[in-house]
Design a protein around this ligand. Structure first.
Ligand SMILES: Nc1ncnc2c1ncn2[C@@H]1O[C@H](COP(=O)(O)OP(=O)(O)OP(=O)(O)O)[C@@H](O)[C@H]1O
Ligand SMILES: [Mg+2]
Length: 459
């Protein structure tokens, strides 16, 4: 760990001096500030921990704490208070202080606190890097997010992994992590050391897909000049991941169903029943029930696959995970691109949280990647995220031309408000952000246009 930097903020020179000299003795790099303005100035030099007096000549210590935590949440703060006040201590901890100490304090007590605080972050960082570089590349912890839905998904994946043969159906929009979930199941299961075979059902024409899956005998069709093992056979002992299962043609659906029910199959052109032990995971971004209703997908196969359904939620339904994912990708691109981005501007985070992410986590990852390439700074700002739709809204004025026949502005406004509400699942704060409005302004419009959730959205 590089030498930690500590900033001592106190207006009393004697206190600054005693802390500074003792901490320097411990080998820390120590900076000093006698008021809030100086403290913010010196913080730019990169500070790991702040010892912060509650009473400063130009500001209230809690306000300074709040600002520090907003701009660099990783910086540790220990508050120094002149009189023991429980409320104050509670408030400081709520605002994210690591600890507080009452004046007059024993300098040795402070040294211990500092040591402990730094130890905690050091450990936390170590755990994070360890997790990121774990030998097992697809452990459960690869799935970032603390929202209730994601915790539920993680719990389900773990359960499924523990049951060695159950078939799994992963559904979710594009970019929600179906591929990732399939690999997590495989690598968390007892099959982890056996093959993980993956095929995209939409990528191949029917006959080719069949022979890829089940293999073929020599002479089975023109060009089949030797026998070939299929994917299912090669995966024996492991997992077969059938991606975009919704695109599989009906004839093959029947063969897949037979395999799932009887665990046996024939190579194309073969007569012998072959038996393998594989777990099948299927994925689709379509709604299979709809495909069944339309007659595109066999109902019996649907039920056979749907033994354990796992739904990966779209990102816009778990906006609280967005900051976690942003941090996750900032950290990994810091390593990959050798950058040192330490934070994302709060207004950028707010806009990114409100953006509907039609491409889900994949789109977010790409957005961070691009932002990281664009910046040489320690901070990612709003302008580094030139996303379509929501974020580009500010520029819309230049791009929309008034049709020759004119428009009904009121009607247009109404339609945009409805779209924003639908896209945000009727979350007024997020809908407002999409339109560049505040909550009162969007409430006013909801009343003005007498908008109501449709019954379908109320469930
Ligand atoms: N919860 C998550 N935590 C961390 N990374 C995630 C998460 N969900 C998805 N990702 C990442 O997002 C990217 C896209 O995910 P993935 O390829 O699994 O999506 P998908 O659902 O299979 O999409 P498609 O339907 O387009 O195939 C990958 O880089 C994946 O690692
Ligand atoms: Mg995929």
């Amino acid at each position: 760990m590089p030498t930690p930097t500590i900033l001592v903020v106190d207006d009393e020179p004697l206190i600054r001096w005693s802390l500074t000299s003792r901490l320097a003795q411990e080998g820390y790099r120590v900076l000093e500030a006698e008021n809030a303005a100086q403290a913010h100035e010196r913080r730019r030099e990169g500070v790991d921990l702040v010892l912060l007096d509650y009473r400063l000549p130009d500001a209230d210590g809690l306000a300074v704490l709040k600002k520090i935590k907003e701009t660099s949440p990783d910086t540790l703060v220990i508050m120094l208070t002149a009189h023991s006040s429980v409320e104050l201590a509670v408030e400081a901890m709520k605002q994210g202080a690591f600890h507080y100490a009452n004046k007059p304090f024993d300098v040795e007590e402070i040294v211990l606190l500092v040591e402990r605080a730094l130890e905690t972050t050091h450990l936390r960082r170590e755990v994070r890097t360890l997790r990121a570089t774990q030998a097992r590349p697809f452990s459960l912890s690869r799935i970032v997010g603390e929202s209730a839905v994601v915790q539920e998904v993680r719990a389900l994946l773990q359960k499924v992994a523990a049951s060695p043969a159950s078939t799994v159906l992963l559904t979710g929009e594009s970019g929600t992590g179906k591929d990732l979930a399939a690999k997590v199941i495989h690598y968390a299961s007892a099959r982890a050391n056996q093959p993980f075979m993956n095929i995209t059902c939409s990528a191949l024409p029917e006959t080719l897909l069949e022979s890829e899956l089940f293999g073929h005998e020599r002479g089975a069709f023109t060009g089949a000049d030797r026998q070939k093992r299929g994917l299912i056979e090669s995966a024996d002992g492991g997992t077969v991941f059938l991606d975009e299962i919704g695109e599989m043609v009906p004839a093959l659906q029947a063969k897949l169903l037979r395999f799932l029910e009887e665990k046996t199959f024939k190579r194309v052109g073969g007569s012998q029943d072959l038996r393998v032990d594989v777990r099948v995971i299927a994925a689709t971004n379509r709604t299979l029930e709809d495909e069944v209703r339309k007659g595109h997908f066999r109902e019996d196969l649907y039920y056979r696959l749907n033994v354990v359904p796992i739904v990966l939620p779209p990102l816009r339904q778990r906006a609280d995970d967005i900051p976690l994912l942003l941090d996750h990708y900032v950290e990994s691109y810091n390593v990959e691109f050798r950058k040192r981005v330490r934070r994302i501007a709060p207004e950028a985070v707010a806009r990114l949280k409100a953006y509907p992410w039609p491409g889900n986590v994949r789109e977010l990852r790409n957005a961070v990647e691009r932002a990281m390439l664009l910046t040489d700074d320690e901070e990612l700002a709003l302008e580094h995220f030139p996303l379509g739709g929501g974020l580009a809204a500010a520029k819309l004025g230049e791009g929309v031309a008034l049709p020759a026949a004119g428009i009904d502005l009121e009607q247009l406004e109404r339609s945009l408000v409805i779209q924003a509400l639908e896209r945000s699942g009727w979350n007024q704060t997020r809908a407002a952000a999409l339109l560049g409005l505040n909550r009162d302004q969007i409430r006013y419009r909801i009343e003005k246009f007498r908008l109501e959730k449709s019954p379908a959205e109320q469930v």
